[in-house]
Design a protein around this ligand. Structure first.
Ligand SMILES: C[S@@+](CC[C@H](N)C(=O)[O-])C[C@H]1O[C@@H](n2cnc3c(N)ncnc32)[C@H](O)[C@@H]1O
Length: 445
């Protein structure tokens, strides 16, 4: 792997687990990103629990306490002294401080304000969407060749832009669209939707059961027959909704989705593109070892595709710091050559098989590197520059599999996203933990 460092021209600055590497030189990008990243980390950490509170059925609620305890997080009512001691990472220390003071349940003011702002923004968006797409009369509802595209939380706008004139109407996070082609910005797509009139909650549940076994209700965040939906879900066969342990395969049985469009009119689809409710994958997280939560993106990609790098495979990880992706690959027993302008967290840099090089990911010339098994990139860069790089690697036949994140600024660069989607064998996804990002995946056939 030292040859890879030389290909970059950074061999002198390369670190391996057995060699100490120079003090990390924090790149300008990294420094600028730091406060934002910290904000995002805080939000992400609270998100699953908040979402769980919105959505969980009683049995899910019970499930959710388990992972919290397993992961060492203190749950309400547990004395601070009983919360397991956490290791090393700055992230853990940050969460420990308020807990030690017995304030785990009190959100800092800035977080309360941020949460409130997001709630207001969502409500305003709903008002705006309802004005732009007023309710259709029943007679105007689409009957055939349409799909329901479920927007990723807080990313309705890019989904609507991507769908363009395919949009028929919008309700909450559900976009009724012409055709069944899944949009990249859709977290889940209902591909066989139909309207089912119901006379009662029991009647609705029976009609769904007659179609297939597994169903999950789409519960709207604002308005929309939430109680009836929950009661209907309770009358349907139980579908496990526990957070996954990484390594557990995604469920293979089809999962249907339904909601109540009107009190007596159900919109239901026995087939959806995701085996997870609303396309949201929740994992039993590791809050101790990886630095940050970016590692969840790779866990999700490997779970959704059912493909995982094999031990000994050579992986390049561009934009690797602080090291979440490298940590995942190192744990899988891969040989990892990571590149970033910043250094890796010490516990990741010390992993066997991990070599880190300080430098720009764009400085690595595919034709000098030779064949690698996997090319990963989570670099903060313009999507068109990433496209150029990925095309170079593919043209040089230098990598068999590619996983990379397209990160957008305020404007979504749909043109580049389409160019990625057009790469033969490639696929664009919005992962559960993607923000204003898409993930490109191309796997060897
Ligand atoms: C979101 S972070 C990556 C997180 C990482 N995947 C993980 O799991 O911890 C983005 C990284 O891209 C790096 N970066 C930005 N431009 C880069 C470039 N031209 N070459 C290499 N790294 C770059 C930043 O320094 C930053 O560490």
């Amino acid at each position: 792997m030292l040859g890879l460092g030389r290909a970059l021209g950074y061999a002198g600055r390369m670190s391996t687990h057995s060699r100490s590497f120079p003090a990390p030189r924090r790149g300008a990008v990294h420094e600028e990103q730091a406060p934002q990243e910290a904000d995002r980390e805080e939000e992400k950490r609270s998100a699953p629990r908040r979402r769980g509170g919105d959505k969980a059925s009683p049995e899910q609620g019970a499930d959710r306490q388990g992972p919290s305890r397993r992961s060492g997080r203190r749950v309400s009512g547990e004395p601070a002294a009983q919360a397991p001691a956490r290791a090393r990472t700055g992230r853990s220390r940050k969460t420990e401080q308020p807990e030690a003071a017995g304030e785990a349940h009190v959100l800092p003011r800035w977080r309360q304000e941020r949460r409130e702002q997001r709630r207001e923004a969502r409500q305003q968006e709903q008002v705006h969407l309802a004005r732009r797409w007023p309710d259709l009369p029943r007679s105007a509802l689409p009957r055939e060749d349409f799909s329901v595209q479920v927007a990723a939380r807080d990313y309705m706008q890019p989904l609507l832009e991507e769908l363009g004139d395919r949009v028929i109407t919008v309700r909450g996070r559900l976009v009724l669209a012409r055709g069944t082609e899944p949009a990249a910005w859709a977290q889940n797509v209902w591909t066989e939707p139909r309207w089912i009139p119901i006379t009662s909650i029991g009647n609705g549940a029976r009609q769904l059961s007659a179609l297939q076994r597994n169903w999950r209700a789409h519960i709207p965040t604002i308005g929309g027959h939430v109680r009836r939906l929950r009661l209907m879900q309770e009358q349907l066969p139980y579908v496990a909704a526990r957070p996954l342990h990484f390594g557990t395969p995604a469920p293979s049985a089809p999962l249907g989705a339904f909601t109540l469009w009107e009190k007596d009119l159900m919109l239901a689809s026995p087939r959806t593109t995701s085996p997870f409710a609303d396309g949201e994958v929740q994992f039993v997280e590791n809050r101790e070892d990886p630095p940050g939560r970016a590692y969840l993106k790779l866990w999700e990609v490997f779970t959704l595709t059912g493909r995982t790098p094999a031990p000994g495979e050579l992986c390049i990880d561009l934009g690797a710091a602080p090291g979440g992706w490298t940590w995942v690959l190192g744990r899988l027993g891969c040989r990892v050559f990571s590149v970033d302008k910043a250094g890796l967290a010490p516990q990741v840099a010390a992993m066997p098989g991990v070599n880190h090089c300080l430098g720009s990911g764009f400085g690595l010339e595919p034709r000098h590197v030779g064949q690698v098994d996997w090319l990963f990139s989570d670099m903060i860069c313009y999507p068109d520059r990433l496209l150029e790089t990925v095309r170079e690697w593919l043209a040089a036949d230098a990598c068999r599999n590619v996983v990379c994140t397209l990160k957008f600024q305020a404007r979504t660069d749909h043109e580049t996203a389409r160019a990625f989607a057009a790469i033969p064998g490639g696929r664009l996804l919005h992962l559960s933990c993607n923000k204003h990002e898409l993930t490109f995946v191309k796997l060897a056939g």
